[in-house]
Design a binder for this molecule. Structure first.
Ligand code: AMP
Length: 419
């Protein structure tokens, strides 16, 4: 029969991969936990309306990439494509504005987008992210960026670059969009056909064009960064001063666009040269209108999401020590059911005493059980001879002793104290 494979765009996290993820998770806990961020987990599916309202109906995510389904009762649910809208929903739903502000979260979980899979792009992928809700001060923006930079550094992510912009307010953006559209219309004949076709749909995309003539034209196009209102400009300037003080290098990128509608003011993205076409490692921004949009009181917020796979792809290979095995218990006469009980109990008691202990479960002969012990790097093997005695073999030295069953664990514990 044909074997069944994982669905397109999904993959298995095998134990050796899980280990590196575990390291990433503990770094997130250390770096963000140390700054007062606490873990939050929201459900894997939410009402579709949350993302339509929270991410923006006109975004690629909502228009093309959501896994939505009917729950059988006429309600539309969606596998979460991102984490910010669910966290803001939870913030409003649980009345978290009554907590000491700002409320700071981090998360680590899987997300789903119906995208064309390729290296670094999957349909189920993991993100690590953080959100600081309730604080509008530019220090918050800089703090989030600095912590993410520290995380990428701790994971050895190579060749990172930070791009920074301000998206101002939605009102300023509307005015700017009109100005940019007028500029593109006035120079329509010089634009590439694709850009020309999308002038009304998404004029900002013209900045991303690979067409030479379009690029030349866009160099002189009006930039949103030059149109910031006084408060937005002051905010942006302070974020930059704080990043300068922290020694974080960045490039101003007036063309930075991200696929989510809810951003205001600061917008940032880390890329890595160590990644191929999908070079975005993580990014985020300020979303001062989002909570209101979800039915809460006007509340500022800022956060980021970074791709776990991409951090691991671009990050340093960390030497991973094999899982320690202190003791492998082998029952010499597997046919003897009383001996098996003794071996089972010895293993259990060893674990209770704090040892990493395993029972040989495959019915191996003594010889192949010892080979197996070598392969799993067991420090000791206890061979259960009968109900009272065992042979304890230290694998490194090859030394072995006949012991009373009760002495096996004590001997190993003594041994490990001597090492
Ligand atoms: P976004 O929520 O689109 O801003 O994405 C934030 C980060 O998540 C990106 O910089 C990527 O590192 C990662 N990411 C987004 N979509 C995918 C995907 N389909 N597969 C793998 N990683 C992704």
């Amino acid at each position: 029969m044909a074997i069944i494979q994982a669905a397109k765009g999904t993959y298995d996290v095998l134990p050796r991969d899980a280990e590196r993820r575990g390291i990433l998770e503990s770094q997130v806990n250390r770096i963000f936990g140390g700054a007062g961020y606490r873990r939050i987990e929201t459900p894997v599916f939410e009402s579709t309306e949350l993302f339509a309202r929270g991410v923006g109906a006109s975004t690629d995510i909502v228009q093309k990439e959501m896994y939505s389904f009917d729950d059988g009762g006429g309600r539309s649910l969606t596998l979460r494509p991102e984490g910010t809208a669910p966290i803001c929903r939870a913030y409003v739903e649980h009345g978290m504005h009554k907590l000491p502000l700002p409320v700071k979260f981090w998360y680590f979980g899987s997300f789903f987008r119906a995208e064309q899979p390729q290296k670094g792009r999957y349909r189920q992928f993991w993100q690590v992210g953080a959100e600081a809700i309730g604080a509008g001060a530019p220090e918050t923006d800089a703090e989030v960026i600095v912590l993410l930079a520290e995380l990428l550094d701790a994971m050895g992510v190579k060749g990172t670059r930070l791009r920074l912009a301000s998206l101002a307010t939605p009102e300023t953006r509307v005015e700017y969009r009109d100005e940019l559209t007028a500029y593109l219309r006035a120079h329509e004949s010089e634009l590439s056909p694709e850009v020309r076709a999308r002038i009304d749909l998404n004029p900002m995309r013209a900045f991303d064009s690979s067409d030479r003539a379009t690029q030349a034209l866009m160099a002189d196009a009006p930039k949103l960064l030059d149109r910031l209102g006084p408060d937005d400009a002051l905010h942006f300037e302070q974020v930059r001063r704080l990043l300068d003080a922290a020694g974080i290098r960045y490039e101003l990128d007036p063309t930075l666009v991200r696929g989510l509608d809810y951003y205001t003011r600061t917008l940032f993205e880390f890329t890595s040269d160590a990644l191929g076409a999908q070079s975005g490692v993580g990014g985020g921004g300020r979303y001062d209108r989002l909570i209101e949009q979800l039915g809460g009181e006007p509340t500022p917020g800022i956060g980021f999401a970074a791709g776990v796979e991409r951090i691991l792809l671009a990050g340093a290979e960390q030497p991973i020590a094999p899982d320690p095995v202190d003791l492998l218990v082998v029952v010499a006469d597997r046919e003897n059911r009383d001996h098996t009980v003794v071996g089972f109990e010895l293993t259990r008691e060893a674990r209770q005493a704090g040892l990493a202990a395993q029972l040989e479960l495959m019915g191996r002969s003594l010889k192949s059980a010892l080979k197996h012990a070598d392969r799993i790097h067991a420090r000791y093997v206890a061979i259960v001879k009968d109900q009272e005695t065992a042979t304890l073999k230290e694998m490194d030295s090859g030394q072995q002793h006949e012991l009373e069953m009760a002495g096996v664990i004590a001997t190993i514990l003594r041994g490990s104290r001597l090492v």
